[in-house]
Design a protein around this ligand. Structure first.
Ligand SMILES: Nc1ncnc2c1ncn2[C@@H]1O[C@H](COP(=O)(O)OP(=O)(O)OP(=O)(O)O)[C@@H](O)[C@H]1O
Length: 252
């Protein structure tokens, strides 16, 4: 348990409206600036757990038990950046709109803050001069816009739902580095959902392993990966394909 938690999840249980259990008795807490990773196979309940923190459960899924307590604002970054943006609205205008509503500033100030956020996210100046639509940006640039939108909410907790899955590996690394830098600069806490154990252990000090809607193992990231106790965690770790050993001295 985190001391002075800003988020406490106690015995969270989710089910379909028809009564099928999806997440059962999930417990964790998060302190200011801390990062917790939720890992596990597809369908293990990671995204639903994350969405319930934001109160954004999909239609047909209900919280049937437990409690979520938090006294800070949360914002979420979704898996598919293009899907999270309005294709018919220029991106800077979308970002300025979020700033306008979430920061309660004038229209003019919201555009200025939006441009500052673009700079913080390392987006090119060309975006500032000529407003572009999502289809005119790369996947990595769209994800930076989505991250900027989340930060425009000034979150105490950033909820990341596999934010790099839809991106190619080089862009994945850039986005991970950007989120890490921003966390150091802005101090938000993070719940990070991913299939990727390497990313999870890089980003998060604590990992919770989920299987069939339950947390089956948790611990400090490196020790959990080095010394997994649960057979499911061991299986997850062994499912990662090793890089083939390159033959020494082989000509290229
Ligand atoms: N709207 C819904 N109605 C009914 N069942 C749902 C709904 N959304 C998700 N589920 C089910 O809840 C379970 C957990 O889903 P969830 O999306 O949380 O898994 P996940 O671990 O995030 O998977 P992935 O890594 O593939 O995103 C799955 O069995 C899924 O089929």
């Amino acid at each position: 348990m985190a001391t002075n938690p800003i988020l406490e999840i106690e015995n969270l249980s989710l089910a379909t409206s028809a009564g099928k259990s999806l997440v059962t008795n999930v417990n964790f807490s998060l302190g200011k600036g801390e990062s917790l990773g939720l890992v596990g196979e597809s369908g293990s309940g990671k995204s639903l757990t994350l969405r319930s923190i934001l109160g954004l459960l999909p239609r047909g899924v209900e919280q049937v038990g437990g409690a979520i307590r938090s006294d800070v604002r949360s914002a979420m970054i979704f898996q598919d950046p293009r899907g999270a943006l309005d294709p018919l609205c220029p991106v800077v205008r979308q970002l300025a709109e979020v700033v306008y509503y979430r920061q309660n500033v004038s229209r003019k100030a919201s555009r200025t803050i939006a441009l500052e956020l673009l700079e913080m996210l390392g987006l090119p100046d060309s975006l500032k001069q000529k407003d572009r639509y999502p289809s005119q940006l790369s996947g990595g640039q769209c994800q930076r816009i989505v991250i900027a939108m989340a930060l425009a909410c000034k979150p105490g907790i950033l909820l990341c739902d596999e934010p790099t899955t839809a991106l190619d590996v080089t862009v994945q690394k850039q986005i991970i580095d950007t989120i890490t830098r921003l966390q150091q600069e802005l101090g938000f806490a993070m719940v990070f959902v991913t299939h990727n154990l390497a990313i999870a252990s890089t980003m998060c000090s604590t990992l919770c392993v989920m299987k069939e809607g339950q947390i089956v193992e948790r611990g400090e990231s490196l020790s959990l990966l080095q010394n997994p106790q649960h057979s499911y965690t061991q299986m997850l770790i062994h499912s990662v394909l090793p890089l083939p050993e390159l033959e020494r001295g082989a000509g290229v």
